[in-house]
Ligand binder design. Sequence first.
Ligand code: SF4
Ligand code: SF4
Ligand code: SF4
Length: 183
Amino acid sequence: MERRTFVKMAFGGGILGLLLGMEGSSEAGDGLIRPPGAVPEEMFLSTCARCGKCAEICPLGCIRIAHGEQGLAIGTPYIVPQEGYCDLCLKCIDVCAAGALKPVEKEKVRMGLAEIDKDICLARKGEDCRVCHAACPFYDRAIKLEDYKYPQVDPDYCTGCGRCENVCIASPRKAVTVKPRRE
Ligand code: SF4
Ligand code: SF4
Ligand code: SF4
């Protein structure tokens, strides 16, 4: 039996509900950035059908599927911005028949929140770097320039799409990281 078929059967058969009653299970998937429009995490774990259709449709191939190490989040979709950002096309929402991804306007997506580490940011070290500021799809709103030089994230506009983290040229560690935003 294919892994995806097994996961689908297991979760569709109510095993998930049983497991969600287990102590500590609410921590499953806590660190994962979900695709746009995801319902709150606990509900997401019990709603997502683990069908993988969102990952299949994603034109950028940025949706990954969680494996065993993610506990009860196994089979659910998530995004790793360093490897692939989301361009907010919202096609994944269109194919989610289970209702785990709900329609949302691009500007209102809150899949995560970017954070800039000032100790690593090249602009703060005197370099003329504005790569994240230039790449952000919400130009000069989600990332603004303090004193015309230093990138700063505005949580009121940041969608968590991950493009800034993906393009950040600081090395070996990125100066921008996106953390999941649970609202
Ligand atoms: S919105 Fe588009 S790019 Fe983003 S995860 Fe969904 S399908 Fe992929
Ligand atoms: S399409 Fe919806 S139900 Fe299917 S894996 Fe993606 S989020 Fe889960
Ligand atoms: S600041 Fe980064 S994560 Fe937020 S919207 Fe801009 S590119 Fe996307």
